[in-house]
Ligand binder design. Structure first.
Ligand SMILES: N=CN[C@@H](CCC(=O)O)C(=O)O
Ligand SMILES: [Zn+2]
Length: 454
């Protein structure tokens, strides 16, 4: 197998600027696909949940996009006619990455903090306050421009489904502003999921000294008035359950209030130590617990035990109920490297039977990158996952963590979110680390701006 596509991409019919320009109902046939990772859930093996089966990867394949959805996949020799066609030149096609964990609503960077860390300092939650100051000072317009720029970066790297969190406002007004921004971008189809993270840090203004309110009063605010203001704009609530942030009792209080408000639960847990976040997430039925660097055997067992929890239909097409199903363990490889933390034991989690996702955790403190491809590469090279395991975790795994069935795979009816590689096989993602392998991206069936020479 060579490391270049079999032949250059060649439009079979003239490029017309994308399906956005085509009439509704127009179909596009993509051929020249050397390897098509459909990861079609209809072909899952019930005896091996969480694994990629042979039928879920097609060779010499084709697919049809219609109305922003996958309308057909199969062998190229059996491809049906379509209104337009494009030859992808012998490239591999994957579902777009599902990045189930990012913090894109912020201003400022923390390069100096990062540099100090590379010189030996350890990460602590306190830096969140630095970003909170910068974010509060940013105008609405500036914040929107920054977030949209970060989304564009993520999409250029093959991400087509993106969650993001509030958490750098930490007052009612500032958290509401971040939630409204995220929610407006979800409505516009630029983001996919929005999460309330008022429980990110107890700022110094809640130190309980000299008549100032204390941490418990902040927890009261987050789970009361702040939650009430933000909840209409988000689907999820998250909490940073860690020493220096929120302890398990405080975290439980916030999460229970979120659940009572109809939100799904997410947890930042066991990042800096055995914080109790994993146990809490499993106990409360969180959809995901993220970081998971410091796990004891009981944590691994608790996550694995949730894997058989059934999901339930949600309140819209492509959505599952937020409160049913496994607690997905979400590894954040770029964050682990950027904080010089022990890598999350993804191999051990998979071997134990836990559900796994991989996400970027893009944020200015611990992981200033949205490069999901880098995360997948790292998971293979450093966390000892197979390419299929890492690829699945960064697509289907993320979708499960977000309780979505419309993304993370290319089964018929799925959102037409495609990641075309400048390579004949997906293993090149790990075989050629760091190379710009994203050739083309389709999101909602719409081709995005080309990202590499064809
Ligand atoms: N750990 C908590 N929150 C972020 C970091 C936030 C920051 O340091 O600004 C994370 O997921 O790593
Ligand atoms: Zn995070």
């Amino acid at each position: 197998m060579t490391n270049t596509p079999a032949h250059p991409a060649r439009p079979v019919r003239p490029a017309d600027g994308g399906s956005a320009a085509r009439p509704a109902g127009a179909s596009t046939l993509l051929t020249g696909i050397s390897e098509l990772w459909t990861l079609d859930p209809a072909l899952d093996d019930p005896a091996r949940p969480g694994e990629v089966t042979g039928d879920q990867v097609l060779r010499d394949a084709a697919l049809v996009i219609e109305d922003g959805r996958i309308a057909w996949t199969g062998p190229a020799s059996e491809a049906p006619p379509a209104d337009a066609a494009e030859d992808l030149g012998g490239r591999a096609v994957l579902p777009g990455w599902v990045d189930s964990h990012s913090h894109l609503v912020f201003d400022g960077d923390r390069a100096a903090e990062f540099e100090a860390r590379m010189a030996g300092q350890s990460y602590s939650a306190g830096g969140i306050g630095v970003t909170t100051d910068a974010t509060r000072s940013a105008s609405d317009e500036r914040l929107r421009t920054l977030v949209r720029g970060r989304i564009a970066e993520a999409v250029a790297g093959g991400t087509t489904c993106l969650e993001t969190k509030t958490g750098y406002g930490l007052t009612i007004a500032d958290e509401l502003r971040a939630a409204e921004l995220a929610s407006s971008l979800v409505t516009a189809g630029e983001l996919d999921e929005a999460t309330f993270l008022g429980a990110h840090l107890v700022l110094g203004e809640y130190d309980g000294r000299d008549g100032r309110p204390g941490a418990e009063e902040y927890v009261e605010l987050v789970s009361g008035e702040m939650l009430a203001a933000v909840a209409p704009h988000v689907r999820w609530i998250d909490v940073f359950c860690e020493e220096g942030a929120f302890d398990p009792a405080q975290s439980a209080r916030v999460l229970r209030a979120g659940a009572a408000a109809g939100l799904g639960l997410r947890v930042h847990g066991n990042q800096l130590g055995r914080s109790g976040g994993v146990a809490l997430a499993a106990e409360l039925g969180a959809a995901s617990v993220d970081h998971v660097n410091h796990l004891g055997p009981a944590d691994v067992d608790a996550l694995a035990a949730t894997a058989s929890r059934p999901t339930a239909p949600g309140d819209g097409p492509g959505r599952l109920a937020v409160g049913a199903g496994p607690t997905v363990a979400t590894a954040l490889p770029a964050c682990d490297l950027s904080t010089r933390a022990p890598l999350a034991p993804a191999r051990q989690l998979l071997d134990a039977g836990a559900m796994l996702a991989i996400a970027s955790n893009c944020n200015p403190g611990t992981s200033y990158t949205s490069a999901m491809t880098f995360c997948v590469t790292t998971a293979v090279l450093q966390m000892h996952l197979s390419l299929a395991e890492a690829l699945r975790a960064a697509t289907r795994g993320g979708a499960l963590a977000l309780r979505r069935t419309d993304v993370g795979h290319l089964g018929v009816g799925a959102r037409a979110d495609l990641h075309v590689l400048d390579a004949p096989a997906a293993i090149h993602l790990a075989y050629r680390p760091g190379m710009p392998l994203t050739h083309r991206v389709w999101r909602h069936g719409i081709p995005q701006a080309p990202t590499s020479q064809s």
